[in-house]
Write a protein that binds this ligand. Structure first.
Ligand code: NDP
Length: 252
């Protein structure tokens, strides 16, 4: 049994994710990009979902150059996407890959850092849409593809403020709390009725564009790079976590 408080030092077997198909949202930048590269490096065929095709193409090229399995690019803006888009994606995954073994809900928007009393309705619904509603709709649509796999893992991305809220984090904190509830509900419903496990992961302070946006005065190199926190991301997608369901986990 692995110590869930020490996943930063988890050592994944080189072929941990061989023959697995894993979809990552927000795969073009930050933590999502690092996860896509790490999964491909451990043998997975990664489905790179994001709204910026140039960024996805750059990740695709990096994976090809490093000799990983040929990835798939899915250009989709989670703010605009419909259930139909997600259902089409499910169908395409089943037809072209045979099933889905992993789903990393990683894409996220920070929104405004200000008191709720001044928070705009427009940003509130945008943040809830990208950070929460897309997680619900995409999970729902991809269940058939995941049921085609012998086992599957869904990882929802939380945050410290999704477990203890703080002033001025607005819709972001609220969306992350709701993501924890969404994860727990899926986990309970799918437990013992499917081969699908669900957990949430708080990456912790990580050196990305979003962290810089949230803490503009902070020295960036105070925090680890996304590549340095991949232990938990690999653990949750691989067979070593197959009995773990419904837990809120920390990457560092
Ligand atoms: P980044 O801002 O670096 O990356 C966010 C990713 O989400 C980008 O690829 C971005 O695409 C994508 N994205 C945003 N909106 C949409 C959309 N509408 N449709 C599709 N993709 C979208 O952030 P991080 O890598 O830091 O964050 C990744 C996750 O980790 C988030 O869920 C965040 O909340 C969480 N997190 C991060 C922490 C940190 O310290 N970094 C701490 C706690 C949680 P594009 O490049 O096109 O903008």
């Amino acid at each position: 049994m692995h110590d869930l408080n020490q996943l930063i030092s988890y050592q994944a077997a080189p072929n941990l994710l061989a023959d697995k198909n894993i979809l990552i949202t927000g795969a073009g930048d930050g933590i999502g990009r690092a996860a896509a590269l790490a999964y491909a490096q451990h043998g997975a065929t990664v489905i790179l979902l994001g709204r910026n095709e140039d960024k996805l193409a750059a990740v695709y090229d990096d994976i090809e150059t490093s000799g990983g399995p040929q990835p798939v690019i899915v250009a989709l803006d989670l703010e605009q996407a419909s259930s139909q888009d997600y259902n089409n994606l499910n169908q395409e995954i089943i037809e072209s890959l045979g099933g889905l073994h992993g789903l990393l809900h990683n894409a996220g928007l920070l929104g405004e850092m200000k008191p709720l009393a001044q928070y705009s309705e427009e940003t509130f619904s945008k943040v809830i849409n990208v950070n929460l509603t897309s997680n619900f709709l995409l999970t729902k649509a991809l269940l058939p593809a995941m049921q085609c796999a012998d086992s599957a893992s869904i990882v929802f991305t939380s945050s410290g403020v999704g477990r203890k809220a703080r002033a001025y984090w607005g819709a972001y904190a609220i969306s992350k709390f709701a993501v924890e509830g969404l994860m727990q509900t899926w986990a309970d419903e799918l437990d013992e009725t499917s081969n699908i496990r669900c957990n949430s992961l708080n990456p912790g302070a990580t050196r990305t564009r979003m962290r810089q946006q949230a803490y503009p005065g902070e020295t960036p190199d105070k925090n680890p790079l996304a590549d340095d926190i991949m232990g938990a991301y690999l653990f949750l997608m691989g067979a070593d976590s197959h009995t773990i369901n419904g837990l809120a986990i920390n990457a560092q």
